[in-house]
Design a protein around this ligand. Structure first.
Ligand code: HNI
Length: 142
């Protein structure tokens, strides 16, 4: 269980508020599909189109953004908030390791975007956020 402090929660909410959410999420998805090609396995419907600007990626980014919006609003109860979504991912057959990989590529996108604003404090808060999200999405796997 990841313990996100009050100060870290403020940092996460502050960054999230100002992000171009769909765009950065689509870029993080493109990066995860590029660096870890096996993560494309369940996206056959994308027809080998895995760029951030491709329709399939943009559509999936929207869904992920919706869920991340929920996560930011429920930082103190993520497992509960993602109960059904975790079950869904298990049913679909998503390897839980992939959640961590997407968290990593999202961090890279944040670092590129925020530049000097990607301070050690921001890095730590964002890292813990994606670790908590990955944990919650994995919580109903058995
Ligand atoms: Ni994920 C469907 C949220 C990471 C593979 N995913 C969804 C949906 C949401 C969602 C929301 C739509 C559910 C529904 O239709 O009821 N996924 C998230 C979030 C993360 C994440 C918040 C992490 C931050 N998903 C991943 C990863 C993979 C993944 C890392 C695989 C590499 N997800 C899928 C697949 C589907 C899916 C496959 C079903 C297809 C689709 O597009 O709905």
């Amino acid at each position: 269980m990841v313990n996100i402090t009050h100060q870290e929660a403020q940092i996460i909410k502050g960054i999230w508020k100002d992000l171009s959410k769909e765009a950065i999420t689509a870029q993080a998805l493109e990066r995860v599909f590029t660096v870890y090609p096996w993560t494309t396995r369940l996206f056959g419907s994308f027809n080998h189109h895995f760029k951030a600007t491709d329709t399939g990626v943009k559509g999936h980014a929207s869904k992920v953004v919706g869920a991340l919006e929920t996560a930011v609003a429920h930082l103190d109860g993520l497992d509960k908030a993602f109960h059904d979504l975790s079950k869904k991912h298990q049913t679909i057959g998503v390897d839980t390791q992939n959640f961590k990989l997407l968290g990593q590529t999202f961090l890279v996108e944040l670092a590129i975007l925020l530049k000097d604003g990607f301070t050690p404090e921001v890095h730590e808060a964002a890292y813990k956020f994606f670790l908590a999200v990955a944990g919650a999405l994995s919580s109903q796997y058995h």
